[in-house]
Design a protein around this ligand. Structure first.
Ligand code: NI
Length: 178
């Protein structure tokens, strides 16, 4: 396994639209293993392949406190979204240090495949609904800050510039992001 580099907003590669996975082979399993290691090493609760510059429709989530409930979604699509919306706080490993409220459908149903190509469907609500929508957005080349006001987007970019300069002086602990 290997820890992969996570792209950071406003990297243009975060805007590429990912293509569907068609082969469930060793190469996919290596990608899943590397993404898993990368997500846990970054203390993240979710990671889309787009964020590690692999433009294929692969998402990982682990919302558990114990970091022991890994969920793999290959080719995830929303088959239903509730008309009711909910506002939730979001963060992102590609936008470190930036957290803000985003309004999305409160409940969704997602259809996806597992690591071996078996289809499954999952009803999601609360944080799981937020997380899967956030990650599918990544696969479609969208970053959550783009849902915020232009002023907040400019602030996020300024904050990231500052962080990049600070990081050159030394590492620091980060709260979890998606
Ligand atoms: Ni994210």
């Amino acid at each position: 396994m290997a820890i992969l580099t996570i792209l950071e907003y406003p990297d243009r590669r975060l805007h590429k639209v990912a293509r569907p996975v068609t082969t469930f082979d060793d190469r996919l399993h290596k990608l899943l293993a590397d993404m898993t290691e990368t997500m846990y090493a970054a203390n993240g609760v979710g990671l889309a392949a787009t964020q590690v510059d692999v433009h294929e429709r692969v998402v990982l989530l682990d919302l558990s406190e114990t970091r022991s409930e890994l969920r793999v979604f290959v080719n995830p699509t929303l088959t239903w979204a509730s008309p009711e919306t909910a506002e939730g706080e979001e963060g992102c490993l590609s936008v470190p240090g930036v957290f803000d409220k985003v309004t999305r459908p409160a409940k969704v149903r997602v259809r996806a495949q597992d690591a071996h190509g078996n289809e499954f469907e999952l009803e999601c609500e609360d944080r799981l609904a937020v997380a899967i929508q956030h990650e599918i957005d990544h696969l479609d080349g969208k970053v959550f800050v783009e849902k915020l006001s232009l002023l907040k987007q400019a602030r996020a970019r300024a904050k990231l510039r500052k962080r990049h300069m600070e990081r050159q002086r030394g590492p620091r602990r980060e709260p979890a992001g998606l």
